[in-house]
Design a protein around this ligand. Sequence first.
Ligand SMILES: Nc1ncnc2c1ncn2[C@@H]1O[C@H](COP(=O)(O)OP(=O)(O)O)[C@@H](O)[C@H]1O
Ligand SMILES: [Mg+2]
Length: 400
Amino acid sequence: MRNVIGQAVVGDDLYGRDYELARLWETLEQGEHILMLAPRRVGKTSLMLELRRAPRENWNVIYVDVERGDGPADFVAAVLAALAADRRYRSRFETIPFSGAVKDVLGRFQSVSVDVDVLRVELKGAIGREWDHAADQLQARLTNLPAAGANLLIIVDELPFLVSRMLRTAERKHDAEMLLSRLRHWRQAPELRGKVRTLVGGSIGLEGVLRRASLSGLINDLAPFHLDSWDRPTAVEFMKALGNGCDFRLDDASIARILDLLRDPVPYHVQLFFSTLRDACRNKPSRVSPEMIERCFEERLAGASGTAHLDHYAERLEIAFGEREHEMARDILGRACRREDGAGFAELEDLRQRSGQMYLSVLRDLEADGYVRHEGSRLKFRSNLLRKWWRKYHDRGVAP
Ligand SMILES: Nc1ncnc2c1ncn2[C@@H]1O[C@H](COP(=O)(O)OP(=O)(O)O)[C@@H](O)[C@H]1O
Ligand SMILES: [Mg+2]
């Protein structure tokens, strides 16, 4: 197992997710379609890619990431490209020819070994505004794509990003609605039942994004799958295994200190802490001390250099929320970050009085997206790392 920071991990590098993988397969085999929910860096993409790397018998899996897309043509092009580039589907895919520009693109790439990203860009250009038509053609092929008795799983990563980008303008709101209706249609079409399953996921809660646009009905048939950070014993075992692998073994007290400081063992944060500490100690475990661990946390992880790893928490608020809600979210987080034990709800009462429903809706999303959680009568940051960093770089209230 390697100390991987940033890239999705699969196979031997994917730690402690056997239960989640088994649950995902079980849910899919029961015929459900899945909405995977978790904040960024918890390991969604890793799990999705592991489903593709080691599928269960009789399952074929394709994976597309639509994070950078801006419209429904991106989605259709991504799925088409993934299918057309896949050896298992390529020949069967061509038995029903597409029409027009899509056909030309697929024809040109027929005999060459296909780079899926290039194909995707070409297909998007060919589809243009006719995405609905291309989606029809794709659907007709999905009916006979999986071999007899086999299932096709289509994984769509970061769909909420694509959807929330589309919801920003009135014209594209209609497109977003059409795209989500199309996906629902795939889930419900009798000819696809028992053959095609979808798993959609992402780092901003699709539920919240759609609720604000009054479109929640379009996903209420999906089975929600909540992916959490590791539990503490898994994080402990992970650090031991990692230490054994690179001759940087940490004692129990050091591991406990690291996990106390992080509080929420987000896999990425654990990987990052390990690597930062190892570098600071130049791979000599004898140099590890409580002060060294503390310094790594304060100055590196929660310091300016941590911004590269944590800034996405701030960015995605801008993407997920409209302007007023964004203000509200920052106000709530600002109040909750000042103390390790968070803010009492009494301290948030003025926000509730002022904005009622909007306050409740933002609060719900901040909880669903993994920023904060209720504990008794208090609202706390889940991650103490994020809290510290937020306090330093985003809190516009009382100076630290
Ligand atoms: N099961 C895991 N085992 C080891 N590291 C993990 C695991 N899940 C996530 N990570 C760490 O988190 C990083 C981001 O993982 P990724 O799957 O891309 O998360 P997400 O898609 O939720 O943002 C990886 O580079 C790795 O450092
Ligand atoms: Mg991801």
